[in-house]
Design a protein around this ligand. Sequence first.
Ligand code: KG4
Ligand code: ZN
Length: 358
Amino acid sequence: MTQILGIETSCDETAAAVVKDGEQVLSNIVASQHELHEEYRGVVPEIASRAHMEKILPVVQSALSHANLTMDQIDAVAVGNRPGLIGSLIVGLSAAKALAWMMQKPLIGIDHVKAHLYAACLDRQEISQPAHKQNYPALGLIVSGGHTSLYEVDSPIELKLLGRTIDDAVGEAFDKAAVILQLGYPGGPEIDRLAQGGNPEAHPFPRSLLQDDSLDFSFSGLKTSLLYTVRGKPRGRGKQTTFDRSADDLSTRQKADLAASFQAAIIDTLIIKIERAIHHLDDQNRHPVSLIIGGGVSANSLLRKHAAEFGGQHNLAVYIPQPSLCIDNAAMIAGLANVYLQAGIYDDLDLPAIATSK
Ligand code: KG4
Ligand code: ZN
């Protein structure tokens, strides 16, 4: 049996969790900083790292006490050390190093993006075997505020990039759309909620697919299309730009239709790219047996519905984390660390924080 403490501070959530045997979440504490960044409609790095410093020790304490454990009952300390905001990563990493050193436990650095895909393996009642023992090769889709990427996944730690966004990440597109519609931050959950009462066919927003065989994504055109639909064509350039209308002129019904149409365009695009990626792998005799989706946007209700339907149509097992494990959390960090612990792969105390993904 293993019990791993995970720490995650890559962006605007201070998180700590304890996971047993890489699967069972014993505690999962997430202190969100959303209210600190709301007025800026985006994460302010300096504010984020200061808030992490204030929260990290109480959050770790809380993760241990919710799991009913003390530090000496922990087998390893895992920490998300890449990618992310460097000042934020350093706070979690320093705490993890101090704990690992003090308790003489192995330290394991985890790639946040890989951890998002692993989140689908946590707390799954419906299957008896751990996901990572039976569901590979898989097609992996990461959809978050910072990433939109497709991977060929041979195991939880072997990911080969197939395609990525060439401009905005999908979560970023949701967040920017929410700004255009004058909704709250983060925008994804707001649009998801508002779209429930809207007509997804009210506005024919573009589905940007790039070249016929491209597995890359592009969402900036869709965002511009929403902006012009809401505010009319711009006059002037840069700071002098003016528009005929603003989101203040929209009724709730109109906003709901715009949210639903925008969301439908995004999710259609994701599903089309998933299908393309499967054809691409089939052509090379590398047929995936499952589809794994992770990252904050995998909490989206329309994506979950369409992905499940897609899996049914294509005889593909679909794994998406439960909603609380889609957004940034430390359980995914602790869970994936078990794979490394079992393989005897640890890090030294000079483990660096790295802003980019591998
Ligand atoms: O994975 P995450 O918590 O942080 C990053 O690693 O980036 O993802 C955050 C993103 C935000 O852009 C947020 O708007 C989006 O996930 N998000 C959603 C939903 N819940 C969170 N997007 C669409 N629908 C949702 N229900
Ligand atoms: Zn994330």
